[in-house]
Ligand binder design. Sequence first.
Ligand SMILES: Cc1cc2nc3c(=O)[nH]c(=O)nc-3n(C[C@H](O)[C@H](O)[C@H](O)COP(=O)(O)OP(=O)(O)OC[C@H]3O[C@@H](n4cnc5c(N)ncnc54)[C@H](O)[C@@H]3O)c2cc1C
Ligand SMILES: NC(=O)c1ccc[n+]([C@@H]2O[C@H](COP(=O)([O-])OP(=O)(O)OC[C@H]3O[C@@H](n4cnc5c(N)ncnc54)[C@H](O)[C@@H]3O)[C@@H](O)[C@H]2O)c1
Length: 467
Amino acid sequence: MSLDETTKNYDALIVGWGKAGKTIAQKLALRGQKVALVEASPAMYGGTCINIACVPTKKLIVEVEQALAAKAREAEASSDAAIFAGAQKARNALIEKLNNANYHMVADKGVDIYDGTGEFVGPKTVRVNGEQGAQLLTADTIIINTGARPVVPPIPGVDSKRVVDSTGIQFLPTLPGRLAVVGGGPIGLEYADMFAQLGVEVTVIDAAPVPFTRFDADVASVATDILAKHGVQFVNGAKLASFVESGDGVVVNYSLTTPAGEAENQELAVDYVLLAIGRRPATDGLGLETAGIATGARGEVVVDEFCRTNVPGVFAVGDVNGGPQFTYISFDDHRVVMDQLVGSGKRSTAGRIIPTSTFINPPLSTVGLGEQAAREAGYEVRVASKPVAAIAAMPRPKIVGNPDGVIKFVIDAATDRILGASLLVIDSQELINLVALAIKQGLTAADLAGAIYTHPSSSEAFNEVLA
Ligand SMILES: Cc1cc2nc3c(=O)[nH]c(=O)nc-3n(C[C@H](O)[C@H](O)[C@H](O)COP(=O)(O)OP(=O)(O)OC[C@H]3O[C@@H](n4cnc5c(N)ncnc54)[C@H](O)[C@@H]3O)c2cc1C
Ligand SMILES: NC(=O)c1ccc[n+]([C@@H]2O[C@H](COP(=O)([O-])OP(=O)(O)OC[C@H]3O[C@@H](n4cnc5c(N)ncnc54)[C@H](O)[C@@H]3O)[C@@H](O)[C@H]2O)c1
C-alpha cells in the first residue's frame, strides 16, 4: 500500500505477519471485514516459519539427508560442499515460492498490506514507519504478532561476521570445516546434527550441565550417543566469554568449572560460530508503553488465557506473548482469538497438550510428562521403554535404514493412562501427535497397545512397547 498522511480506519489491524495473524487476517477479510496487515520486510511475507525458520531449516535437513543417502549408494560421490550448496539452492527456490504464495494468500483476499514497522502511538493507533514515509492506522481490533528475535549476549566479538544466527547460517558462502554451535536447544541441535552428517567438525557449547538437558536422562543419553556417532562433540557447563576473529576463522573463549569450583579458561578455533541461545519476544520499538500495553520480564506482551492484553480490543499472539515458541502454538492462538472475535469466546489457551519435535536424525519428539516430572507430580509411574532396534513388531526403521533410537512411555500405574512419551525414532514427528491426542482423550496404554495399525508403519511399535 502507498502511504499518505491521513489516518486510515480498519475493523482489524495485524502488526507482524506471523502464523496466527495471517490466518486471522484472511478469515476476517473473507467475512467482509476491512483488514490491514503491517509487515516490516517483504522478505518476511508469510512470517518467520516459512522464510527463515521451520520450513527452510527442514528443507536443508531433508535435502542433505537425501543427498547423503544417495551418495552412500552411488559409486561416484558428490562432495559434501556440493551437497550443501545443492541444499541451499533447493531451500532458496522453495522459500521464494512460499513467500510469494503467502503474499497472495492474504492480499488476494482483500487485506491491505503495509510495508514498514508498526509502532503504537496510542492505545488503538499504529504508525507504520515505511521507506515511503509514515502512515497512521486505527482499528477496533489490533493483533500484535511480531514474533521473537535471537538473544544476543553482550560479550566482545559477538558482532563478528564469523558469528552468525539461525538465519545467517542458511546463507554461508561455503560449507565450513569447523563449526561451533553455541546453544544446545532445538535450533543448535538441528543444525549441529545436519552439519556433522556433512562431515563438518561440530562442537556444541552449552551452559546447561548435560546435552539434551530438558529430556529424560535415559533418552537424552541415547540422543547424545547418536549425535556423537554423527560426529558432534559436546561441551557442557560452559560460560561464554568472547569471540575473537583470527585469520579466516574465529576463536570461541569460554570457561568451565573445575571440580574444585574454579573457572578454567578454554578456547576453540573454528571457521564459524552459530549463536542460538534462545529467542526473545520482539517488542522493542513497538511503542507498547505509549499504548499502555503491559509487558513482562522478557519483554513479552502480557496476555490472559484468551490472548487478550490489558488494553481492550488488543490481542497478542504467537511468540510475542511469551508462550511456547512454535508455529503450531501461534496457529492455536489464532483459534482462541477468532473465538473471541466471532465465536463463543470460550476457547482458551488453558490445558493445552503440547507435543514437540526436534529434527535431529532420527527426530526426537516428546509430549506430556517426563518420568521425573511425573514422579514429582505424585504419580506412581510405570515406564514402558524399548530401543528401536529391538522392537520386532516395527520393521519400518530397518526398511528405511535407520534403526537408531528409543521409544519411551510414562504411564500412570494406577489408571494405565498415558502421562507422557519421548520418541526418538524415525517418523516421531508424526507419531507424537497420535500420542498427544491419546493423552488429551485420557486413553490408556492398553488402548494404544490394542489398536490396529497399518504395517509396516512406525505406529505399530505401540503394539509391542506398550504390551
Ligand atoms: C531456525 C528456527 C527453526 C524453527 N523450527 C521450528 C519448527 O520446526 N517447528 C515449529 O513449530 N517452530 C519452529 N521454530 C519456531 C517458529 O518459527 C516460531 O515459533 C514461529 O514462527 C512464531 O510465529 P509468530 O506467529 O509468533 O510470528 P512470526 O512468524 O515470527 O512473524 C512475526 C513477523 O512480524 C514481523 N515484525 C516484527 N516486528 C514488527 C513490527 N514492529 N512491525 C511490523 N512487522 C514486524 C517480522 O518481520 C515477522 O515477519 C523455529 C524457529 C527458528 C528460528
Ligand atoms: N523443531 C522445532 O520445533 C524447533 C526448532 C528450532 C527452534 N524452535 C523454537 O525456537 C526456540 C528458540 O530455540 P533456541 O534453540 O535458540 O533456544 P532454546 O531456549 O530452546 O535453547 C537455548 C539453549 O542455549 C543454552 N544457552 C542459553 N544461554 C547460553 C549461554 N550464554 N551460553 C551457552 N549456552 C546458552 C541453553 O542452555 C539452551 O540449551 C525454541 O525454544 C523452540 O521453541 C523449535
